[in-house]
Design a protein around this ligand. Structure first.
Ligand SMILES: [Zn+2]
Length: 153
């Protein structure tokens, strides 16, 4: 039957496409893990692990704030969204490295409590913190492995 063949062909094709996509995503994740380990090495940070953020659905409104990554002080994990917010395509490695530089800087320049107008506030993103982020990115760019991701495109 011709129709049956056609259906079989289509389902095989779809299967192949999803397989390729799956393998591609796994490779992208593994590459990211290697890059993350290198980033930790460059910054001389130990025992950190990398996770990719599982965002349920794409970000609808890009003008509103949304999280690109987060980190845990307790478990020393850095979680990064490795796909673009809206279209869910693989993000450029240099953009992911920028998020990694930010999240790791939280461990280098940890949050502190400060008295401000009679209240105790938690300072998380303060000037020295941002200086640390820039320093991290500068080190990434200088590194012979990570530097490659900045030179291309
Ligand atoms: Zn932050």
């Amino acid at each position: 039957m011709v129709i049956e063949h056609w259906v079989l062909f289509v389902s095989c094709f779809l299967f192949l496409v999803t397989c390729c996509l799956h393998i591609y995503l796994i490779e992208h994740n593994q590459e990211m893990e290697l890059i993350f380990n290198r980033a930790c090495e460059v910054l001389k940070l130990r025992d950190f692990s990398f996770r990719t953020m599982q965002r349920g659905e794409p970000v609808k409104d890009l003008k509103r704030r949304f999280v690109l990554g987060h980190t845990s002080f307790k478990t020393k994990t850095v979680t990064v969204d490795i796909y673009t917010a809206k279209k869910r395509q693989s993000k450029k490695i240099s953009a992911i490295l920028a998020v990694i530089a930010h999240e790791l800087a939280h461990h280098q320049k940890p949050p502190y409590r400060q008295r401000w107008r009679g209240r105790i506030i938690n300072r998380i993103h303060f000037p020295q913190f941002y200086r640390q982020v820039n320093r991290n990115v500068a080190k990434f760019k200088k590194d012979k492995v990570l530097g490659e991701y900045y030179s291309s495109k």
